[in-house]
Write a protein that binds this ligand. Structure first.
Ligand SMILES: Nc1ncnc2c1ncn2[C@@H]1O[C@H](COP(=O)(O)OP(=O)(O)O)[C@@H](O)[C@H]1O
Ligand SMILES: [Mg+2]
Length: 353
């Protein structure tokens, strides 16, 4: 396997840098289809930041969070043999490098106290003080990747609301800390987008698959021939993970066809099963039965178009998003397959319905 160096993302990085250079004032949501390169872009950007920034990057992917204790565990990290004053002094005063943390470092005694408190107000109060201290000398940045993991978590009410309120305080009210929330879950982003409490307090940044120019540039870097470039663009579009996969194969056309066949089979199964099973989906708090015909109608819209405007999110659209087949871009009001490969697979499936 070749190691693939980071490619492009100039536009998106510039946009984030502009945000970071200004005073924190809004919460930034970074969204986009699955595997479009959001995490990669954020990780790369963290490495490039000037030393006045202190980054707390917390990835919730694969973390199991079911209660207050779990939440505290992902948010904080114990720094052994130091008290909190020493920790904060180190963070604020080291200036030779950009500090990056995968959890907010605290003393063991603080962690124990937070576990005991069991109240968000105390956690948020503590964090506000923490960021205030750091912000005297540095510019704190808090990034939560895969935030939807705690989207439905209820601990004395919906945690997400409390978290958003706290984020609004850190940005719009106190201008203390930059906040980025990253998510591939477009239904979650759709909810966030229509959330009244976030109106005028958040912005949305799309990190989509590469466009054609960026893709050709990537393929040139990896010495694809003209024919191979056509194959890659036709099957993968600008989906980074798919292009990376092709880099590692000798016979790129064969590999592309194999990927398409595999995905066609999977989608076919997800769709056709609705003919024989009365599947239900939790939608707006209600258990709604999915209608096969509606699913087909939605997919049929992709026979001639790669994306189209939707009127409202129906249970069937929600199902197709949950199955990672479709992506809802609520900011632009369109739905589209998660990738070019997905689009081709949908068209294959639609040939036999
Ligand atoms: N800018 C890039 N340059 C090179 N490879 C990339 C880039 N962005 C994404 N990739 C590849 O695609 C994979 C999926 O990207 P990732 O950042 O995990 O997507 P997301 O977080 O949007 O789901 C990465 O593991 C990497 O191999
Ligand atoms: Mg990611």
């Amino acid at each position: 396997m070749k190691r693939i160096p980071f490619h492009n993302r100039e536009r998106e990085i510039k946009e984030v840098m502009n945000i970071l250079e200004a005073e924190p004032s809004l919460i930034t949501f970074i969204h986009g289809p699955i595997n479009s390169g959001k995490t990669t872009m954020v990780s790369h950007l963290i490495e490039q930041l000037p030393e006045e920034y202190v980054v707390f990057y917390i990835n919730l992917r694969g973390r199991f969070i079911s209660d207050y204790r779990d939440f505290i565990k992902v948010l904080f990290k114990i720094e052994k043999e130091k008290n909190n004053k020493e920790i904060l002094k180190t963070i604020s005063e080291i200036s030779a490098e950009t500090l990056k943390f995968s959890g907010i470092p605290v003393a063991e005694s603080i962690m124990n106290a937070l576990f005991k408190e069991k109240s968000y107000e105390d956690v948020f109060e503590f964090l506000e003080e923490y960021f205030t201290t750091i912000a005297k000398n540095k510019r704190p940045v808090l990034i939560l990747d895969e935030l939807q993991v705690i989207g439905d978590l209820k601990i004395n009410g919906l945690l997400m609301y409390k978290l958003f309120n706290f984020f609004i305080r850190l940005t719009k009210e106190l201008h203390l800390c930059h906040i980025f929330a990253v998510s591939s879950d477009s239904l979650f982003i759709e909810q966030v987008y229509s959330e009244a409490m976030l109106q005028g307090r958040s912005r949305h940044l799309l990190v989509d698959d590469f466009n054609e120019v960026e893709t050709m540039d990537f393929l040139d870097k990896h010495n694809f021939s003209d024919d191979e470039k056509i194959v890659a663009w036709n099957y993968c579009g600008g989906k980074p993970i798919c292009l990376v996969e092709l880099v590692n194969y000798e016979n790129r056309e064969e590999k592309s066809q194999e990927m398409l066949m595999l995905r066609t089979g999977e989608i076919n199964q997800r769709i056709k099963v609705l003919k024989i099973v009365n599947k239900k989906i939790l939608f707006e708090g209600e258990e709604i039965e999915l209608k096969y015909e509606n699913v087909i109608k939605i997919l049929d819209g992709f026979s001639d178009e790669a994306s189209y405007a939707y009127e409202m999110i129906t249970p069937e659209i929600a199902y197709l998003v949950k199955e990672n087949i479709l992506f809802v871009d609520s900011i632009r009001g369109i739905i589209k397959p998660q990738s070019r490969l997905e689009l081709l697979a949908i068209r294959e499936v639609m040939k036999n319905v």
